[in-house]
Design a protein around this ligand. Structure first.
Ligand code: ASP
Ligand code: MG
Length: 821
């Protein structure tokens, strides 16, 4: 009793070496005592070549001869290499005589210029016949009891050439008889080909060898049908587009049908039907990796954890829409529309009509779109004239993306996740279709977004192992460099505990830029960046980010550049999130700040700048959390500058103010020109950002800044002049200090927001005030709110430095990741 049918596809038998490998697999089955039959297709590419040479000949060109020689030569090489001396010559003779016959046929086509589908089927049969014949003899010369079976003798079909329909009953009888007669031998069948009752050669459709295997399997009621191909099974997505795609271990027949109608051309769809009827499992195996488990297609719904089984796409479709008031309540429009398509044999890939009945959309292959348009416009000529319907609209360069799977049935939230993944990556959905089987949700999108959509959707549904964020980092100095180091160090941790992977795709400093979609190696980024031959150009950098069109992309600006931020709107508009310690954008014009937030919102991405205030301290996050939870901000007070904090925390009796400033400079807390800090402008920018976050549409000019410096200091031309002037003004500071001390207070440089007024000033605070005990260069932010009223909420800690700032950016990228995933 036959237990299995093994089918080997074109790529598995594309060379002598591959054929030998297949013969070895067959022998290993024999060694295990399995009872099975083998089906082979033609050597990879042969069928295309046979069709091509026929067309060339029928067009009246002798050029078909080149193809013919190549075809024949390829088979002779295999015979020479693989078939042992005793039967070699007889084998070769057979191949040569076949080639002569083929030559005559083509000559006939060349003369008559008349290529019928019937002749074409006959010509195509040479591919499978040659190969099955050769494999049979290879096995024989290895000592295996094999028998060559020309399937035309057994598999009977109607005369629908090119895609003939099998007569199952007769075929089954023939096959049963054959297997009874050849007990103990391994049958090597030609795939793809069959014949009519009167013996005229037919074919079962391109890719039809799979179908042959399934017919034999079903007729003989085998336990399993194995389709040996060149991939590890049906993949979760096309591995050429989605690098993280992996083989699906098990799926149902229905899922396999859905997948195979899409990009996953692992199996010829009709194959599934006979197997399904007899409930025979189909296993997809890889000849290149026989040890891989492959994919098992059966009745059993897979009990994997994934909500969907696969993500698939059709790369190029056109969309036609018939619209107009005349569609509403009209019962014949759809019938006439699809009748028109049917008469022209135009296949609609996807169809939708909204319940407003205002339009019917359907997609077709792009090469028939124009024809479809014409025919439909003709059909509805009267309605168009009467303006009941509009002329058909056609859109090109679209792709269909679908999620497929049995587990989606009656499970809410799947389409939500699907659309969310698309939406967050700025992918516009043009058309949606989901059938009531709930096994497939399809959308039509622009073709340029196909790869990004596949990756994003695959990421959402399958990479529960980890989620990839694609990062573009500009500015790799102190903060940027530290950030890259932190990413490098945390790589494993992130993956194992946060299920996130930071993939640094783009890098730029003031001189060079660098891109690698596969991820830049963070052990050697410095060298790679220095030796990159792309000079830095921010416009180009942005253009490149856009053209890569990667999902879950984040742009990180570690510079203080005021020019660079002009690209922010464009970046956010391209659905790329931004995380930045650069204050320029958020403290610029209110209108610009608002625009950035609005664009981010519209595109479903994030614009985040936590490190603008207090570096890594969670200031803005806390403020937002308070507001979002319904608290009301009464007052914000902050010591928001590390240098000013140090200066006033150190300043005290017996220490001249100018010397404290000097010391702060020596410690690296101040800018080279300390006026930058002492002017209070930097602090003003920070309180401005806090005010805006708290909901006040404030401009920089509205922040009231107390000038603590004597005029002489401000007017000084050079830094030494300034320092000298400051020394002369020491009394002034000392007086304020004494004044405060008398009242038991201390001086602090405070930014505050109260009643919509932002102020930066030197204040004397008493022992009750949180700022009183501030020391070193710490920042402190105090929120007084309706809830934190008696005792305010205080955030305190170092508010500057590369490590903590980079860590703040790091945490922010991670938050963006949580939001996107
Ligand atoms: N050789 C045929 C084709 O290329 C059948 C097959 O490969 O399954 O379509
Ligand atoms: Mg912060």
């Amino acid at each position: 009793m036959l237990q299995k049918v093994l089918k080997f596809g074109g790529s598995s038998v594309a060379s002598a070496e591959r054929i030998l490998h297949v013969a070895q697999i067959i022998q290993s089955y024999i060694a295990r005592g399995e009872k099975f039959a083998v089906v082979v297709s033609a050597m990879g590419g042969s069928t295309d070549r046979l069709i091509h040479m026929s067309q060339v000949a029928a067009s009246g060109s002798m050029a078909y001869e080149d193809d013919l020689h190549a075809f024949a030569g390829r088979h002779r090489v295999v015979v020479d290499e693989l078939i042992g001396s005793t039967i070699h010559d007889r084998c070769l003779e057979e191949i040569i005589s076949g080639q002569e016959e083929l030559g005559n046929l083509l000559k006939g086509l060349y003369l008559t210029r008349d290529l019928t589908t019937r002749t074409l089927d006959y010509i195509q049969s040479f591919g499978e016949r040659n190969l099955a014949f050769i494999l049979n003899h290879v096995l024989k010369s290895m000592g295996t009891e094999a028998v060559f079976v020309d399937a035309r003798k057994l598999i009977k079909t109607n005369d629908n050439y090119g895609s003939a329909k099998v007569f199952m009953e007769e075929t089954k009888e023939n096959l049963s008889r054959h297997f009874a007669e050849t007990e103990g031998q391994v049958s090597i069948f030609t795939g793809f080909i069959a014949s009519t009752r009167s013996g005229i050669t037919t074919t079962l459709g391109r890719g039809g060898s799979d179908y042959t295997a399934s017919i034999i399997g079903a007729a003989m009621d085998v336990q399993e049908i194995e389709i040996w191909t060149d991939v590890d099974g049906v993949m979760t997505a096309d591995p050429r587009i989605v690098k993280q795609a992996f083989p699906i271990p098990a799926m149902t027949y229905e899922e396999a049908l859905e997948m195979s109608h899409f990009g996953a051309r692992v199996i010829y769809p009709p194959t599934i039907i006979p197997a399904l009827e007899k409930k025979i499992p189909i296993r997809i195996k890889n000849t290149f990796r026989p040890e891989a488990p492959g994919t098992l297609i059966s009745q059993q719904a897979p009990d994997h954890m994934y909500a969907v089984t696969g993500v698939s796409s059709i790369n190029n479709v056109a969309l036609l829409s018939l619209e107009g008031s005349g569609l509403f309540g009209a019962s014949t429009i759809a019938a006439r529309l699809f009748q028109t398509l049917a008469q022209a044999s135009i296949n609609a890939i996807l169809i939708t009509q909204g319940s407003s009945e205002h339009s019917i959309c359907f997609s077709v292959a792009p090469n028939v779109a124009e024809k479809a348009r014409e025919l439909i416009n003709e059909e509805f000529e009267l309605e168009i004239k009467a303006k009941y319907v509009h002329p058909v609209r056609v859109e090109f360069d679209l792709s269909v993306i679908a999620i497929i799977g049995e587990n989606m049935k009656s499970r809410p939230g799947i389409s939500g996740r699907f659309f969310e993944a698309l939406g967050k990556n700025g992918i516009n959905v043009i058309v949606t279709a989901q059938g009531s089987s709930e096994r497939n949700i399809s959308v039509i999108i622009h073709r340029e977004d196909e790869a990004k959509a596949l990756a994003a959707v695959h990421n959402i549904f399958f990479l529960s192992d980890y989620y990839t964020l694609n990062l573009f980092v500009v500015g790799v100095g102190l903060i940027g460099g530290t950030l890259l180091q932190q990413i490098r160090n945390q790589e494993n941790w992130l993956r194992q505990t946060q299920y996130v992977k930071f993939n640094v795709v783009g890098l730029g400093n003031s001189k060079k830029m660098l891109f690698d979609p596969a991820g830049i190696d963070l052990d050697s980024w410095k060298e790679t960046l220095t030796t990159s031959d792309l000079p830095m150009d921010m416009g180009q950098f942005v253009a490149k980010m856009k053209s890569l069109n990667l999902p879950n992309a984040v742009f990180i600006d570690n510079t203080a550049d005021t020019e660079l931020v002009k690209f922010y709107p464009e970046i956010l508009n391209s659905s790329i999130s931004i995380s930045t310690p650069n204050k320029s954008a958020s403290s610029g014009r209110y209108q610009d700040y608002q625009q950035l937030r609005a664009v981010a919102n519209k595109r479903g991405v994030k614009y985040m700048y936590e490190t603008n205030v207090g570096a890594g301290l969670p200031v803005l996050t806390t403020l937002n959390d308070l507001i979002n939870s319904g608290d009301r901000i009464q007052k914000i007070e902050g010591v928001l500058s590390g240098s000013l904090s140090f200066i006033f925390n150190t300043f005290g009796p017996g220490l001249p103010f100018s010397e404290v400033v000097e010391e702060a400079g020596r410690k690296g807390f101040t800018e080279p020109d300390p006026r930058v800090d002492l002017s209070g402008k930097d602090v003003a920018r920070k309180i401005l950002i806090l005010a805006r976050e708290a909901g006040y549409p404030m401009e920089f000019e509205e922040v009231e800044i107390e000038n603590i410096l004597p005029q002489e200091c401000i007017d000084a031309e050079t830094v030494p002049d300034f320092k000298a002037a400051l020394a002369r003004g020491n009394d002034l500071f000392e007086a304020r200090q004494n004044d405060a001390a008398k009242k038991g207070k201390r001086l602090r440089f405070v930014a505050s927001l109260e009643d919509g007024k932002a102020r930066v000033s030197l204040q004397a605070v008493d022992v009750e005030h949180p700022f009183y005990h501030l020391s070193g260069s710490d920042n402190m932010i105090v929120f007084t709110t309706d809830r934190y009223h008696e005792r305010p909420l205080v955030i305190k800690g170092p508010g500057a430095g590369a490590e903590v700032t980079a860590a703040g950016v790091f945490a922010e990228i991670l938050r963006i990741g949580y939001y996107l995933s």
